[in-house]
Design a protein around this ligand. Sequence first.
Ligand code: FAD
Length: 375
Amino acid sequence: MKIAVIGSGIAGSSAAYHLSREGAEVVIIDKAHQGQATAAGAGIICPWISRVNHKDWYTIAKRGALYYPSLIANLKQDGEEDFGYRMVGALAVSSSSDELDAIEQSVRQKRAETPEVGEITRLSAVEARELYPPLREDLQAVHVTGGARLDGRLLRDAMLNGAKKHGAAIIEGEGDLVFQNNKVTGVKVNGEVIAADAVIVTAGAWAKDLLAPLGIDLKIEPQRGQIAHLEIDSMDTSSWPVVLPQSSHYLVAFDHSKVVVGATRETGSGFDYRLTAAGVKEVLDEALAVAPGLAESTLKEVRIGFRPAGPDILPLLGTVPAAEGLVIATGLGASGLTMGPYVGTLAADLALKREMEIDLSPYDPLRKGLEAEIK
Ligand code: FAD
C-alpha cells in the first residue's frame, strides 16, 4: 500500500514513521513553511496539570503522553538517540493555597486512573525554589513527577530519520491534492504526480488552503505564538521541572543552561511571520513575573510558530465521506507536541483502514465548533 503524507511537523512525521515501520510504502511531502509549529513549540508534555477541562481533549492528550515511552523505545531501537525528552516533572505554582488545593485535587483524581501521573507533593515556597531557583519568593507549588519535556525539532527529525530507515522518501515542495471522481488519488508536487492509495493531510495551520480546491471548508486558522529562549549562566538546568503558573504562559528548562519561556496566543494573526514589540514584551514580562531570577539571563532567540487552531479545543482528525482516500489530522492547537505523535499513529491506522482503538467521532474534521471548556 502506498501512502503520501503532506506536512512533516510532529503529526506527519509520526504518521510516516508509524506507517513505514508497518511496511507501507511512504512518501512525505513538506514545503518547510516559515513558522512550522513543531519547530517553535515549547515541548511540555503534562496533560495532568492543564487549564483545559474537556473529556474528549483529555482522552487524546492522556493517550498522547502515555504513548511517548514506547515511541522513544522504538526510535532507540532504530538507532535514534537525541530528542531532548526527559521526565523532569512539573510544578504548578501559585501564591494562592486555594488555587493549589483545586489543582492538587484534580491531579489526584487523574492519578486514581492513571498511575503515570506519578508522585504528587505539595511544596512550600522555599521547597519550590530548591527545585527551581529563579522562582518568585511567594510561590508555592504542587509538584507532579510524571511531567516531561522534549525538543520538538529533534523529535520530528528523529521520526523522519526513522521513517527513512524503513524506506520512506521525503520530497521538499508544496503538495496539491489530486482529486478525481470523489477520490483522492495522489499528490502533485514540483510538477510531478505521485499516485497513492491514501493521502494524509498533516499540513498544520496550512491545511485550509490545501483542502479548499476539493470544496472542503476546514475550520483551521493559524494562531501565532512568540516564544523566547534564554541562557542562564553557570546553572545546570537539565533537571529543572516545567513551571506552570495559573495563566497560558510557562517556563521549560533544557540541557546546556537553556530556559524557554512563552508563549503568546495571537488568534487572528494570520501567517504574519514577525516578532512584535508587544509579543516579546508579553513573553518576557510574564516569565519574569513568575521567575525574577531569570532577569540577568541572556536572551538568545525568540521563535515564531503558527499553531493549527481549530473551531474548538479538539483535534480535527478523521476521514471525509466526500473524498475517499483522504485522511485529515490537524487542529492540534496548543497541545500538539503532547498529542501529535499519538495522533500520527491514529492517522496512519485510518489510512490503513484499520479498526480504531478510540472513538474518533468527537474529532470529526467537519464537525461544528464546540465551546472550549477552560477552567
Ligand atoms: P506543523 O508543525 O505546523 O507542521 C505542518 C507542516 O506542513 C509544515 O512543515 C508545513 O510546511 C507543511 N505544509 C503545509 N502545507 C503544505 C503543503 N501544501 N505542501 C507541503 N507541505 C505543507 N504543544 C505541546 O503539546 N506542548 C507545548 O509546550 C507546546 N508549546 C508550543 C509553543 C508554541 C510557541 C507553539 C507555536 C506551539 C506549541 N505547542 C505545544 C503546539 C504544537 O507545537 C503544535 O500543535 C504542533 O507542533 C502542530 O504540529 P503539526 O504537525 O500539526 O503542524
